[in-house]
Design a protein around this ligand. Structure first.
Ligand SMILES: Cc1cc2nc3c(=O)[nH]c(=O)nc-3n(C[C@H](O)[C@H](O)[C@H](O)COP(=O)(O)OP(=O)(O)OC[C@H]3O[C@@H](n4cnc5c(N)ncnc54)[C@H](O)[C@@H]3O)c2cc1C
Length: 252
C-alpha cells in the first residue's frame, strides 16, 4: 500500500485513499489484494461471542437493533448491515478499475465493482472470487483528467480510523463546465458504492457550489438508516460536496 501511495504514476484519488488508510506501519506491510479483500470491521462480526449472519449464517444480525452508528445505510439487507472497510476500493470503483484473477486453471478480468456482492440473504458470501483465485493485477483505465481527483474521508479521529463516510471524486472540467465525473462513496454502504446518478447530474453542469449541491441531492437515494446512523444520510451528501469543492477551489 505504501509503495502504490507514493508512486508518481498513480492518480491522486488512489494515493490519498491509501494514505488515509490504517497507519504507516500497516501500509508498509499490507498488500493491495489483501486490502481489497479485508473483512468488515463490524463489531458484531469481530466479536465471536455474538451472533452474526456473515460469520455464522442463520444466527442473526444484532447490529440491526443494536449499536449501529458505524453501519451501512445503502446496500443493506435484513440479514446484514456491515460496511465495506477498504478505502482504496472506493477510489478504484470510482475510476472503473478492473482486477485480473489468476488460478491454476486460467485467468479472467472483472470489474472490481462486480467482484463485491451485496449481502442479500447470504452475507457470508462477500465476493465472486472462485476457489483458488488470486488477484494478480489491478488495472486502472487511463483517464488523463483524473489528475483532478481526490479522496475525502470523514472519521471520528483524524488518523488510524475507518470511515464514517468517504468520497472518491474525479472531475473533467473544461471552460468551467463539467464534461465528465466519477463519484463513489465508502463507509456508508455494504460494498464500495458508485453514485452513477450523481455523475450523470454533474455532466454538463457548471462547476459551482450550487450545481454540486443540486447534483448530490440524489446521493443517498434508497438509503435505509438504522436507529443510530441516520446522520450518514446527510453526511454522505456533504462529504461528496466537500470533495467536489476541494477539486475546484481556486481553479476559477
Ligand atoms: C487497526 C487496523 C486499521 C485499519 N484501517 C484501515 C483503514 O482505515 N482503511 C483501509 O482501507 N484499511 C484499513 N485496514 C486494513 C489494512 O490496511 C490491510 O489492508 C488489511 O489489514 C489487510 O492486510 P494484508 O494486506 O496483510 O492482507 P491479509 O490479511 O494477508 O489478507 C486479507 C485477505 O485477503 C486475502 N488475500 C490477500 N491477498 C490476496 C490476493 N492477491 N488475492 C486473493 N486473496 C488475497 C487473504 O487470503 C485474506 O483472506 C486496517 C487494518 C487494521 C488492522
Amino acid at each position: 500500500m505504501s509503495d502504490i501511495a507514493g508512486h508518481p504514476g498513480v492518480y491522486p484519488v488512489i494515493s490519498r485513499a491509501l494514505l488515509l488508510s490504517a497507519s504507516q506501519q500497516l501500509r508498509n506491510m499490507a498488500s493491495i489484494g489483501g486490502n481489497l479483500l479485508q473483512r468488515t470491521r463490524c463489531t458484531y462480526y469481530r466479536d465471536v461471542a455474538m451472533p452474526c449472519n456473515k460469520r455464522q449464517p442463520g444466527s442473526g444480525c444484532p447490529a440491526i437493533s443494536g449499536a449501529n452508528r458505524m453501519h451501512a445505510v445503502l446496500g443493506t439487507s435484513d440479514f446484514c448491515v456491515a460496511t465495506h472497510a477498504s478505502d482504496v476500493a472506493v477510489a478504484l470503483v470510482a475510476l472503473g478499475a478492473e482486477i485480473r484473477l489468476v488460478s491454476a486453471t486460467g485467468s479472467r478480468t472483472v470489474k472490481l465493482a462486480d467482484l463485491y456482492r451485496l449481502p442479500g440473504d447470504t452475507p457470508e458470501v462477500e465476493t465472486d472470487l472462485r476457489p483458488g483465485e488470486l488477484i494478480s493485477e489491478v488495472l486502472v483505465p487511463r483517464l488523463d483528467w483524473a489528475s483532478r481527483s481526490t479522496y475525502v474521508k470523514v472519521r471520528d479521529r483524524q488518523s488510524y480510523e475507518f470511515a464514517l463516510c468517504s468520497a472518491a471524486v474525479a472531475l473533467d472540467i473544461q471552460d468551467s463546465r463539467i464534461v465528465d465525473a466519477r463519484v463513489a462513496v465508502g463507509g456508508v454502504a455494504t460494498v464500495p458504492w458508485r453514485l452513477a446518478a450523481v455523475e450523470a447530474a454533474l455532466r454538463g453542469a457548471p462547476a459551482t457550489p450550487a450545481a454540486f449541491e443540486a447534483a448530490t441531492s440524489v446521493a443517498a437515494d434508497g438509503a435505509r438508516p438504522l436507529s443510530a446512523n441516520g446522520f450518514k444520510v446527510s453526511l454522505l451528501q456533504r462529504t461528496v460536496v466537500r470533495a467536489l469543492l476541494e477539486l475546484t477551489e481556486g481553479s476559477g
